[in-house]
Ligand binder design. Structure first.
Ligand code: SF4
Ligand code: SF4
Ligand code: FES
Length: 492
């Protein structure tokens, strides 16, 4: 244990720290109940030092200077002033600039008023982002997805997705919106941050059934097996084929095997291409580009088969009017897959090769069941425990709490069903429509199996979100709680 003897605002303090670790001035102030305002700081992330609002004055060997408290390491004998005239003048100027930049941001305006800024002297372009960097840092450093990044320099500095396009990486976990000190992250149109309150709103807007506390909105649930040969009863394939035959669908966004990346989303416009996409792929694929392709090609009734995160992405875009503005007649049907986690295909392939001397690309069937990863290839079955593959799980999966695709019109997955069947959860009238006229065999679902795994996944995500939530001082944590996001099992 190391002890730093310092002075803050004339108070003598002894700050203890683990051997080898050095607290910052901000840490010491917090420990001692001394308030220092921050905007770009979050305790779960590395200090960034971009907003300068935490400026304090330090004195060392008789020399005074201004430093940022969030990233200035303590030194023995350090003397700190957190409220000197000079410090207050710097903070006032920063807040005056931010207040001029963000006239609609309550938190910024309140802070500015606290520092005596009632009417900023500057005229700046109306913005909501203060470029604090919290959103892209949480996305890359904690969630691990890096859907957004800081771009450009100086006055052109911005936070955005690559080329400003719709993100193909965002998993709609909501972490960026949680940490953003303004409304900016939530307003961005090319990422999809969803909070718990958004999920409730989206369920009310798109789904129609009774609420099942563990599994979301549910009209009915059964174990189904179609006449079509497919993994776990081929229910997804059967629904798509039947939808096309009945004229309910004219295209479907599905995921098919791809030698290089394991799987790729594509637009299926006939029965053959739907059949081509049969089989489970344990990778996460963005479905937004082929959906746009379908709509741009004039397809009006499109089904999207996706993992919970991809279903959330589409719902988020639907709520923002992204599709209806461009394609007012489009009808989108969402078939969500149960998904516990997805794998990095390249690493998984090399691991399987090392483990069994097998080329994963040549496997006839890949399945996760009863905690095992099962591969059928060249007439033999190989297996290992799923827990052994944890290192290969895709970034972001640990921040996802939605096993059962809660926002889909129909959710489908093998958990809870007998061998050769799939659990089907119908969540909306639109989902019911997809089942009209479909021939399938039906059995009871073991609901508790699905609920147990759903709870496990949710708890895992909550544990990972806990440090993010813990750092949101003074904010309404409940409203902000992370939404059960997603990850993936591409099953067909
Ligand atoms: S919602 Fe999650 S994945 Fe998407 S940009 Fe925000 S932090 Fe990244
Ligand atoms: S969007 Fe929010 S979190 Fe991201 S840089 Fe802007 S103000 Fe900061
Ligand atoms: S909180 Fe220290 S620079 Fe922003």
């Amino acid at each position: 244990m190391t002890v730093f003897r310092i002075r803050i605002n004339g108070r003598k303090l002894e700050i203890a720290a683990q051997e080898g670790s050095v607290p910052t001035i901000l840490d010491a102030a917090k420990q001692s109940g001394i308030a220092i305002p921050t905007l770009c700081h979050h305790p779960a992330l590395e200090p960034y030092g971009s907003c300068r609002l935490c400026t304090v004055e330090v004195e060392k060997k008789g020399r005074k200077r201004f430093v940022t408290a969030c990233n200035y390491p303590l030194e023995e004998g350090l003397v700190v002033e957190t409220g000197s005239e000079g410090v207050l003048a710097i903070r006032r100027m920063i807040l005056e600039l931010l207040a001029a930049r963000c006239p609609g941001e309550r938190r910024i305006q309140d802070m500015a008023i606290e520092y005596g800024v009632t009417r900023p002297r500057f005229l700046l372009e109306d913005e909501s982002c203060i470029l604090c960097g919290l959103c892209h840092r949480v996305c890359s450093d904690l969630v691990g997805v890096s859907a957004i990044n800081a771009q450009n320099r100086g006055v052109l500095r911005d936070v955005d997705t690559p080329y400003g396009e719709l993100s193909e990486d965002c998993i709609a976990c909501g972490a960026c919106a949680l940490v953003c000190p303004t409304s900016s992250a939530r307003r961005r149109e090319n990422i999809y941050p969803l909070l718990a309150s958004d999920i409730v709103e989206l369920e009310a807007q798109f789904l129609d059934g009774t609420i099942d506390g563990d599994l979301g909105i549910c009209r009915r649930m059964f174990a189904g097996r179609s006449a079509i040969e497919g993994q776990d009863g081929g229910m997804v394939t059967a629904i798509l084929l039947q939808g096309m035959e009945a004229g309910l669908l004219d295209a479907a966004v599905v995921v098919k095997a791809d030698k290089r990346y394991g799987a790729a989303a594509f637009l299926a416009e006939d029965a053959d291409s739907i059949l081509e996409a049969r089989g489970t792929k344990y990778v996460r694929i963005s479905v937004a580009p082929p959906l746009m392709e379908a709509l741009q090609k004039g397809r009006k009734k499109v089904a999207v088969v996706g993992t919970p995160c991809q279903i959330r992405v589409v719902r988020c875009l639907q709520r923002a009017g992204y599709f209806s503005r461009r394609f007012p007649d489009a009808e989108i049907y969402l078939i969500g897959l149960f998904c516990f986690e997805s794998f990095d295909y390249v690493r998984l392939k090399s691991h399987i090769d090392q483990l069994f001397g097998l080329d994963l690309a040549k496997a006839s069937k890949v399945q996760i069941a009863r905690g095992k990863f099962l591969i059928q290839a060249e007439g033999r079955e190989h297996s290992c425990r799923v827990s052994e593959l944890h290192e290969l799980v895709r970034e972001g999966c640990d921040y996802c709490g939605d096993l059962v695709s809660r926002l889909a019109d129909i959710s489908i997955g093998s958990i809870g069903s007998p061998e050769g069947f799939s659990t089907v959860v119908v969540r909306s009238l639109r989902g019911e429509r997809l089942l009209v006229g479909l021939a399938f065999e039906s059995q009871e679902v073991r609901r508790e199996d699905v609920a147990r795994l759903a709870a496990m996944k949710k708890k895992n995500a909550e544990t990972n979100f806990a440090p993010i939530l813990a750092g949101l001082e003074g904010l309404e944590r409940e409203r902000l709680a992370p939404a059960p996001s997603a990850i993936c099992r591409q099953e067909h």
